[in-house]
Design a protein around this ligand. Sequence first.
Ligand SMILES: NC(=O)c1ccc[n+]([C@@H]2O[C@H](COP(=O)([O-])OP(=O)(O)OC[C@H]3O[C@@H](n4cnc5c(N)ncnc54)[C@H](OP(=O)(O)O)[C@@H]3O)[C@@H](O)[C@H]2O)c1
Length: 265
Amino acid sequence: MKISFIGYGNLAKAIAKSLQQEKNHQLFAASPSLKAEMNADGVTTNPDNKAIISKANLIILAVKPSQAKDVLKEIALDFPSDSLLVSVVAGVPLSFLAEYCRIDQAIVRTMPNIAIAVGKGAIPLIANARVTEEHKQWAENLFQHAGLTHWTDQEEEMNAFTALSGSGLAYVFLFMEAMVAAAQKLGLSKEVATQFSLQTLDGALTLAKTTPVEIAQLRAQVTSPAGTTAAALYVFKEHNFEKLISEAMEAAHKRAEELGKVKIP
Ligand SMILES: NC(=O)c1ccc[n+]([C@@H]2O[C@H](COP(=O)([O-])OP(=O)(O)OC[C@H]3O[C@@H](n4cnc5c(N)ncnc54)[C@H](OP(=O)(O)O)[C@@H]3O)[C@@H](O)[C@H]2O)c1
């Protein structure tokens, strides 16, 4: 399969890395700063977008939202018939993408997070009406080493996914930073506090994934009445932790809606 990346920044490189485990793909990438060559990872690069799209099966649009319109105007009418356009561009709806393409262009919009680089991405997908079952299979193959995929047919859900998994890595990093800082205040070194925070999160995650009970039940199991954990959870409750998370995710959701409505230049 010939896969062409238009825009080859952080996200495109993470997808390309996950694809390199597959030997049956030919990878191409274009962006203004690339040279016409085959790079050390076996990706054929070019500064000219048009030079890499002929005969492409999958074209991955991975430019910034503000660049999407100009890039689509430049190349979208030249996409091979039967190709699949996969857009990772945040906030840009299917209807916007379709405006610059042939009427029969198959398009998938997705919102992966950068954990795809380690095979742990969370990847919601939505297809337009031109996408066939075979195209869907291509899109799933594209992300098969990248993490969890999920198809939706409600485009407004993409904003909920953006608030959950798109922005979610940062929430967890913030929580870890706060745990490390608090442990340092309690006398541990930064290095040891970081190792123990990571291990605790890893343990919690593995337990949550492998124990067939609700997460709330796991929390109850590790919280003895009047014990140390109960004392800590009481403080979270006093400060309305759940409301805080809910408000933060609502803010991310609202911002995603705003970005989707902004007239992209
Ligand atoms: N990073 C994430 O975690 C993440 C997650 C989900 C979605 N996204 C979305 O993915 C897209 C890319 O994000 P990113 O973080 O990878 O950004 P990035 O690292 O800034 O990459 C943008 C790429 O676009 C290229 N580009 C600029 N103008 C171009 C043009 N006219 N034609 C072709 N390529 C052009 C840039 O090339 P030069 O360097 O040569 O200028 C660069 O390779 C964005 O729309 C973002 O919303 C990102």
